[in-house]
Ligand binder design. Structure first.
Ligand code: GSH
Length: 192
């Protein structure tokens, strides 16, 4: 039994997309920043940092987007969200480490810094998926971060051409459309 604790539009969106890509059945538990749901005593037992996402697997909590995406990709191999060979798998982890450690905190370090690190991501991405021809969990992770930047800071078109093309390819995926429709219907209340 899988249970996803998520808040619309937040980091948890990547896991929500992956669950829809895989077609796994799961219980969805929407959380509210405004209501401070992440600070509730029961939730802090699952995620002591008071953040989303948390995926509860048969009663056991798993936190951190990268780890949850990795778990889902390995548990549901038929979805092919992780490449088979060891070097490509390591490249996936390399991307997700970069996304979590460098892209995610970038906006808090100022606009110039954010522009600089997204320019690195744009250059590194190239013309297709993060791993070239193979669509993977790293694309889902990257998309959620760029989706946030794209819709909040609204970078001038052409600033990040590869990220813009990646964004368009991701938006065309049914799992992404489904996730956005569900999360929009619940309502976004993203922290600043
Ligand atoms: N390192 C964590 C970061 C998760 C995170 O930053 N979540 C934010 C939303 S994007 C959160 O839940 N913040 C709690 C709050 O603002 O109260 C991960 O990758 O899962």
């Amino acid at each position: 039994m899988l249970t996803l604790h998520f808040a619309p539009g937040s980091s948890s969106m990547a896991v929500h997309i992956a669950l829809h890509e895989i077609g796994a059945s799961f219980e969805a538990k929407p959380m509210s920043f405004r209501a401070k749901d992440m600070q509730a005593t029961d939730y802090l037992k699952l995620n002591p940092e008071g953040k989303v996402p948390t995926l509860v697997i048969d009663g056991r909590p798993l936190t951190e987007v990268a780890a949850i995406l990795f778990y889902l990709a390995r548990r549901f191999p038929a979805a092919e969200l992780l490449p088979g060979d060891i070097e490509a798998e390591a490249q996936t982890l390399s991307w997700m480490s970069f996304i979590a450690a460098t892209l995610h905190p970038a906006r808090r370090q100022g606009l110039d810094h954010a522009r600089a690190v997204y320019a690195i991501a744009d250059k590194r991405l190239g013309a297709m998926w993060t791993l070239g021809e193979h669509y993977s969990i790293a694309d889902i992770h990257l998309f959620r971060l760029y989706w946030r930047l794209f819709n909040s800071l609204k970078p001038v078109p052409g600033t990040f051409p590869n990220l813009d093309a990646h964004y368009a390819r991701m938006m065309a995926r049914p799992a992404v459309a489904k996730t956005i429709a569900i999360e929009t219907a619940i309502g976004y209340e993203l922290p600043g």
